[in-house]
Design a protein around this ligand. Sequence first.
Ligand code: NAP
Ligand code: F7E
Length: 348
Amino acid sequence: MVTGVTGQDGSYLAELLLSKGYEVWGVVRRRSSTALARIDHLVENDDALDSSLHLVNGDLRDTGSLLKILRQVRPDEVYNLAAQSDVKVSFDLPEYTADVTGLGPLRILEAIRELDLPSRYFQASSSEMYGLVRDSLQSEGTPLHPRSPYGSAKAFAYYTTRNYREAYGLFAVNGIMFNHESPRRGESFVTRKISLAAARIHYGLQETLQLGNLDARRDWGFAGDYMEGAWRMLQTDHPSDYVLATGESRSVREFCELVFQEIDQPLTWRGIGPEEVGVGPDGRMLVEVNPQLYRPTEVDILQGDASRAGGDLDWQPTVSFQELVRMMVTSDLEVAERQAARENSPSK
Ligand code: NAP
Ligand code: F7E
């Protein structure tokens, strides 16, 4: 059972599980328009259907729906990937974020316990819980100091998962995942926002890119690798929590520089703070800072130590930072090319 199957991670995990011959039950919440773009290829492909992807209606805010699905499916493994996952949005919707991202996992764990299921449970925990970091490299032992309603909700879910393991003996684990990206990343997250904007600028569909804090540093890896790690965590003999990270930290500014290099527009930075701009080789302003995109409290730097996952799970990231950037830009150039073709079509 995979909650959040329509999200970035859910789509990679569904692919992985189907390739291993699993029967996958994906939980989909009700939307006024379809949200299946990332898993269309799994739903529509007859071969994939043979290897069993079932979609069921459910919502992390609705205990009854979770109980019903768990009672019907009796899954061997439950991957809880669903969340209100946007940190900036969590400042606007703190109670909603706490409900979905914090209480949602509790509802699933309590249902597993109540139904007395043998299901193994994976919780998508987040490096955002470290927040105002206490160690220069964050590992499983680093104290938590969340800096957003999202981080606080994830911390609640993290401790709840541990407590259900300790109190009731459930096989329940936290994957403490640092930022992971892909061409399927939501467009509001900074990496995808940058790669898509650069591609659109390349095709003349957009003039400039507005960003917030250029100095924030993140440990960015590839989403597919992190789902491999999630699966490995549920295959061990002893349930435990693991950090998944690359061990490298880069700034938003560096990510931007690499992306614009990929479209042959190397950036030069001018000015400081809110006045800073990135200009292309012909002096055109391509990037500007918009202070409205700053957060009330920021997580300045994240850099993870995944050596425990390396030792116990034999898990390593396989995609380098440079490869990740190239993968995203290549994909978004195709997206922007299609957008440009639509813009220029005579029927428009
Ligand atoms: P994502 O693309 O935003 O996907 C979130 C998924 O949750 C979507 O399928 C969404 O459905 C679903 N969802 C939202 N609210 C729901 C609700 N009330 N009931 C049921 N489903 C709901 O996120 P992601 O990047 O794949 O991340 C997966 C998980 O890992 C999340 O829990 C996230 O917080 C966590 N995480 C992510 C990262 C990262 O860097 N990506 C790092 C650490 C932890 P719709 O498609 O209908 O919106
Ligand atoms: O921001 C800065 C922003 O929104 C990264 C989620 O998957 O990873 C993600 O959370 C950094 C922040 O990701 C813009 O201030 C600058 O410092 O891409 P992001 P996030 O907040 O790190 C964690 C691990 C999760 O668990 C979350 O679910 O980039 N930044 N300018 C910007 N960020 C955005 N979104 N947009 C900007 O224009």
